[in-house]
Design a protein around this ligand. Sequence first.
Ligand code: 6PG
Length: 254
Amino acid sequence: MKTKISIFPEKTALSHYAADFFVRTARAAIQKYGHFQVALSGGSTPMALYKLLSGVSLPWRKILFYWGDERCVPPTDAESCYNQARSVWLAFKPIPEKNIFRIQGELGPEAAAADYAKRLEAATGGKRRWPAFDLVLLGLGADGHTASLFPGSAETGDAPTVAVTAHYQDRPANRVSLTPAVFNDAHHIVFLAVGAEKAAALRETVCGERNPAQLPAQRICPLNGTLHWLVDEAAASQLPAQVEDVKIQRLPKE
Ligand code: 6PG
């Protein structure tokens, strides 16, 4: 069963589990490939995880950081996905600048998307159009979006990046996103979803009618990797006890 849902009593236990998974996956990838390639998520949910990771020991020089999406703001902007991770975690670790593959949102959506597509291919030495990420972290919007793939957005085919203008909460509208073609090539995809406001979107994504046009999180189906939802009880509150082809487990409070 490729899809698993782990339900935690609250966000702290979830974040600790996610941090442990990150460390284990990083160590395994470094052992196997000599490096660990991860695509980070924006949003508020992963911030507790990022803060925990600022306190762990890993061979940071062997970790390559990418982003699943980025807002078209300067890298110093509080709304920048890069700046969010950097300000609580990456800035405190001995990570060479060359290991940080920041989406240059300040170029504007179209130019930044084209630039990142080139840099994804260059990062593989031209061998592939994008890295097969060892780990992709994703969030879930209350409207069923993930990364910056929003309801009603066009399918992106085999394009690696897409320029986006979307209005969600009070966040910057102009964005760049990786696409399902890239995400689904990953070895491990981990969604983090917390809070009752995500319950309907989680239920619809995981066990609702197939409707990837309106539920972009349904576009995330790893080709050969694993898909793991880390959710709290509130986000899981509308899930049935069983979901076909999905392993559901409840984890105790730490
Ligand atoms: C972003 C994220 C976005 C986020 C969801 C959930 O750039 O905002 O990529 O997809 O993961 O909107 O956001 P929260 O974690 O803040 O609920």
